[in-house]
Design a protein around this ligand. Structure first.
Ligand code: RIB
Ligand code: CA
Length: 310
């Protein structure tokens, strides 16, 4: 039985692969895609989600735009990694997938209302849309199975020494979602930096030979070049599809039940995710945090899903 999923994202090169994994894996029933300002401005992330779906032939999943800025802070995008249009590299084809006229929160509400079972929300960008949904539709939270978030880290950050980008853009949203009572899973950089786009990985994807894989390889060449320049990593970490992989094949990702908090006030540490792995603070556990990845199994899963697409 496939798991019903709503994917909230900010495409973004790795978000594109999260969309494709969610659409191509038989264990996932992708019900909706919502977009948020993050890697790029909302207009770009929404257009890019439409392009990514169009390229892969994912034409029956509604795509709706959400928040164009964080709850309280000013949006700072990740242009140094994803480019000015947030999907740098290939020439983007005109999307055949239209934007759904609903706002992201309304699409999430309607998707939950239409479901006969609980739905999993996978979020691969800042948590602004999810936080807004929690505030606007608290009566719908019981329809959410759990929230699986690609963000944070049990260690160092990537946009400041201690903050990962999705958490740093909107730490207030992380706090709202953490406090809403829906089961929460965090997959951070401590795990995602094991999923590196090496020449071998590029070769595997290129060998798939369909349109989606060819477009994806162009994305990854750009992504690896900017990751080398910006982060000193010539093989870029493909973060976001790991969040989908955890839902599709839970055994691929090791998690621990622990205490997770987010720093809101720190001058140098705002957005840092504080993971109390050895229970020094004695606070009640509130999240499942990823600590390990079956890297080979992950690439096998992603390759198989890409083969299912156009
Ligand atoms: O820090 C990595 C995360 O931030 C990924 O989700 C990437 O797409 C960006 O959104
Ligand atoms: Ca993302």
């Amino acid at each position: 039985m496939a798991t019903p999923v709503i994917l909230d994202c900010d495409p973004g090169h790795d978000d594109a692969f999260a969309i494709w994994l969610a659409a191509g894996d038989p264990g996932i029933d992708l019900r909706a895609v919502t977009t948020v300002g993050g890697n790029g401005r909302l207009a770009h992330t929404t257009y890019n989600a439409r392009v990514v779906c169009s390229v892969a032939g994912v034409t029956s999943v509604p795509v709706a735009a959400g928040a164009d800025r964080p709850l309280r802070r000013t949006l700072t995008t990740a242009e140094s990694i994803h480019g000015a249009n947030a999907l740098g590299g290939p020439e983007l084809p005109e999307p055949t997938v239209a934007a759904d006229p609903r706002d992201a929160a309304v699409l999430i509400r309607d998707t939950l209302d239409a479901a006969t079972e609980q739905v999993t929300i996978v979020a691969t960008g800042p948590l602004t849309n999810i936080a807004l949904f929690v505030r606007i539709y608290p009566d719908r939270l019981s329809k959410i199975q759990r929230i699986v978030w690609l963000g944070g880290s049990t260690g160092r950050g990537n946009v400041t020494p201690y903050a990962e980008f999705n958490a740093w853009v909107d730490p207030e949203a992380v706090a709202v979602v953490l406090g809403c009572g829906v089961p929460f899973t965090m997959i951070g950089l401590n795990v995602t930096h094991q999923a590196l786009v090496t020449p071998q990985v590029l070769g595997r994807i290129e060998a798939i030979g369909n349109r989606t894989a060819a477009f994806g390889v162009e994305l990854l060449h750009f992504y690896n070049s900017t990751y080398e320049t910006d982060q000193g990593m010539p093989d870029g970490p493909l973060h976001d599809p790991i969040a989908v992989a955890l839902v599709a094949r839970p055994e691929l990702v090791t998690t621990v039940r622990t205490r997770l908090d987010v720093e809101l006030l720190g001058t140098e540490t705002a957005g840092a995710t504080s993971v109390d792995l050895i229970d020094k603070l004695g606070r009640p556990a509130n999240a499942d945090v990823a600590t390990g990845l079956d890297v080979d199994g992950f690439w096998d899963l992603l390759e198989a899903a890409l083969r299912e697409l156009r």
